[in-house]
Structure formats: structure tokens, C-alpha cells
Design a protein around this ligand. Structure first.
Ligand code: SF4
Length: 107
């Protein structure tokens, strides 16, 4: 699967759940490409913005969408990788912080 194909597959599924992609399409493709690289490397789509351990059990919190997405999007309008956003964040109705604090405690 290419990043573009994955983008198209995920978009309607995630929008139904209330999550939008970052309006910067190229950014999204880069993040998704990292996810696909991790899938080939580890066998699961671990977060491309974090250094995975390579052990599924230890990385389970950061398999995309990570367990932190919901709270980060609620609090910051954006996930840690800036891939997923709230509709308000994506539409520029609310400012998105420059960076999102890391909350994953690598085990
Ligand atoms: S931070 Fe975003 S891209 Fe990374 S795993 Fe979480 S939801 Fe996916």
C-alpha cells in the first residue's frame, strides 16, 4: 500500500470518528510513509514520531492511532505527530501548539 492509498483509506474512517487529517497533505503523506516503514520493520504501524522498542507488547500504546490521540486532540486539537486534528484545529478555528508534549513512557 502506498501512503496515498492509506491516506484515502483512513480519511473517511477517521472522519466518522471525529478526527481530521492535518490540512498539510504532504505532511500527512510523510507521517503515513513512516508508519508504513514501521509496519514493514516491526509488523505493526507504530507511531513514526516515536522510537519503538520493536516489541509489540511494549509498543502497544503507540500503535497508530495511539492511546494518547484522543486526549491530545481534545486538549491540543492535534496528535503528537500532527497527523490527526480536531475539525476546529484543521479548519484553523483554534490555534494548534507548535509542539505537543510527549506522554508515552517507553517501557
Ligand atoms: S501521535 Fe498521531 S500519528 Fe503518532 S501514533 Fe498517535 S495518532 Fe498516530
Amino acid at each position: 500500500m502506498t501512503p496515498k492509498e492509506m491516506y484515502e483509506m483512513l480519511k473517511p474512517i477517521q472522519e466518522k470518528k471525529g478526527y481530521c487529517f492535518n490540512p498539510d497533505y504532504e505532511w500527512c503523506l510523510d507521517v503515513i510513509e513512516g508508519m508504513l516503514t514501521n509496519k514493514a520493520r516491526y509488523g505493526y504501524t507504530s507511531c513514526p514520531c516515536r522510537l519503538a522498542t520493536g516489541e509489540r507488547e511494549r509498543d502497544k500504546e503507540i500503535v497508530c492511532p495511539c492511546v494518547f490521540r484522543e486526549e491530545d486532540v481534545r486538549k491540543y486539537d492535534c496528535c503528537y505527530c500532527r497527523l490527526y486534528m480536531s475539525p476546529e484545529g484543521a479548519e484553523g478555528k483554534r490555534p494548534v501548539p507548535e509542539s505537543i508534549p510527549e506522554r508515552w513512557l517507553r517501557k
